[in-house]
Design a protein around this ligand. Structure first.
Ligand SMILES: [Zn+2]
Length: 235
């Protein structure tokens, strides 16, 4: 049975994990070196192969010694490689098409599978997939949230976001970009989101989602004052 984590539980878990890796990492808002984290703390072995013919699969996590099917660079030829525990495979297209920020999020997502899940969880979640491996497509459409696959993907996306944009760092960074309007409400305008995205080296979309997640938890209001209301990301 896949363990259910709450959003709050994953926020706490991410900061605990990051502090175990580097006790000072949360002191100042900025870019998390997710590749170093993957190797040093998640003990993940990062490899690069094309994972699908159409380049829709950007990452994959392997949980035990077993063969994995990958593709040649041009996508025409199938190849079998030796997979092993906590091997992460990244598709170069994650960088080519989405830029470094998308690649960084893919690493954070795959690390989250390593940190949260077991082969058994993923076996349950991937109908028809090779046992003990999970092919991860960030564009995967979540259905109604009741399928095991939805849980594991939601968990990996959420923990990934918490690792790249930790709550403590966000709290420190947001006041520099949030301005009160005439009603005393705070808004983060698009240029503020862009500044945050640049500071954390994530995509603007990932930062928009992150601000919305934290807004929901009302942490911004608590930080900025009882009367302050964050009214969303202004376009
Ligand atoms: Zn995934």
């Amino acid at each position: 049975m896949v363990r259910r984590y709450s959003a709050r539980g994953l926020e706490i878990k991410a900061e605990k994990i990051l502090r175990e890796w580097n006790p000072d990492v949360l002191d100042r808002p900025g870019r998390i070196d997710i590749e170093a984290f993957a190797e040093q703390h998640a003990r993940a072995d990062i490899n690069w192969f094309r994972l699908s013919k159409d380049n829709t699969v950007l990452g994959l996590t392997c949980f035990e010694n077993r063969p994995i099917m990958v593709y040649s660079e041009d996508g025409e030829t199938e190849q079998i490689i030796d997979g092993h525990e906590h091997m992460i495979i990244l598709c170069p297209s994650a960088w080519d098409e989405g830029g470094e920020s998308r690649g960084r999020f893919t690493i954070a997502h795959e690390c989250s599978h390593v940190l949260l899940h077991t082969a058994k969880d993923l076996e349950q979640s991937q109908e028809g997939a090779a046992p003990h491996t999970v092919a991860v497509n960030p564009c995967v459409e979540l259905t109604d949230g009741r399928k095991v696959q939805d849980w594991v993907e939601w968990q990996a996306n959420r923990l990934g976001a918490c690792l790249l944009m930790p709550k403590t760092m966000m709290k420190a960074a947001v006041p520099d970009v949030a301005e009160p309007d005439e009603d005393g409400d705070y808004e983060i305008a698009l240029d503020g989101v862009q500044a945050l995205a640049q500071l954390f080296d994530v995509s603007v979309l990932a930062m928009k989602i992150r601000v919305a997640q934290l807004q929901k938890e009302k942490f911004l209001r608590a930080y900025l004052g009882e009367d302050a209301q964050i009214v969303g990301v202004r376009q």
